[in-house]
Design a protein around this ligand. Structure first.
Ligand SMILES: [Zn+2]
Length: 207
């Protein structure tokens, strides 16, 4: 499968499988982040989930999807190495570790940390990585401003930014897929407005 078809399939999963779940989740006071696990072989959906922090603040969309994945019967569950991990938003530090510890060697995401902070009003991905992990360089005494927040390609996984992938495509694929991202962006902005109007009432620690 070539890259435009892969990206198109991942946008389908977000639109058809994750958005309906997320609408329900946000309606119950949860954040709008979702995740899916697909088979690499045919891109069929294994698990789709969304944030469920009202039950447990660790049930981010990705963590919740991993929990459901490992609740599947072992005989019908593909090996994580044979799966593709999709996150609607770039995974936070918790979910980066969750993806790593559960054996996935990749993830794809639609919205970046900056989108999450600037468009969706949730600054914690960047804040936690900087506050908890960005240890000052002992020689220089400060954290270089251009230091990446995490290694997007490392010994455990490779991260793929769907919008960056689209930006590198031929013109017709790019126009078609950018239009789809715009529609998804609008749908997520509506959900974000609902969450932001209601947040703080459900006991989520970082809301
Ligand atoms: Zn997370």
């Amino acid at each position: 499968m070539d890259t435009p078809d892969l990206v198109s399939r991942l946008l389908d999963v977000i639109e058809d499988d994750l958005l309906p779940l997320t609408r329900r989740g946000v309606g119950g006071g949860n954040k709008l982040f979702g995740a899916a696990i697909l088979r690499k072989s045919d891109l069929s959906l294994v698990v789709g989930e969304t944030n469920n922090e009202t039950e447990n603040p660790l049930w981010h969309g990705e963590m919740h999807a991993i929990k459901r994945f490992y609740e599947l019967p072992a005989e019908s569950r593909p090996a994580p190495r044979d799966c593709l991990f999709l996150a609607t938003h770039e995974p936070c530090s918790l979910c980066l570790s969750g993806i790593t510890w559960s054996g996935f060697d990749n993830f794809y995401y639609l919205f970046s940390y900056e989108d999450t902070r600037d468009s969706f009003g949730i600054p914690y991905d960047i804040r936690i990585l900087k506050e908890v992990y960005a240890v000052p360089d002992p020689d220089r005494g400060y954290v270089p401003a251009d230091r990446p927040l995490y290694n997007r390609k490392n010994a455990f996984f490779e991260a793929h930014d769907l919008q960056r992938m689209i930006a590198g495509m031929d013109r017709s694929s790019k126009e078609r897929l950018v239009a789809r991202v715009d529609d998804l962006n609008a749908a997520y902005n509506d959900l974000s407005a609902t969450y932001q109007a209601d947040k703080g009432k459900r006991g989520i620690p970082l809301s």
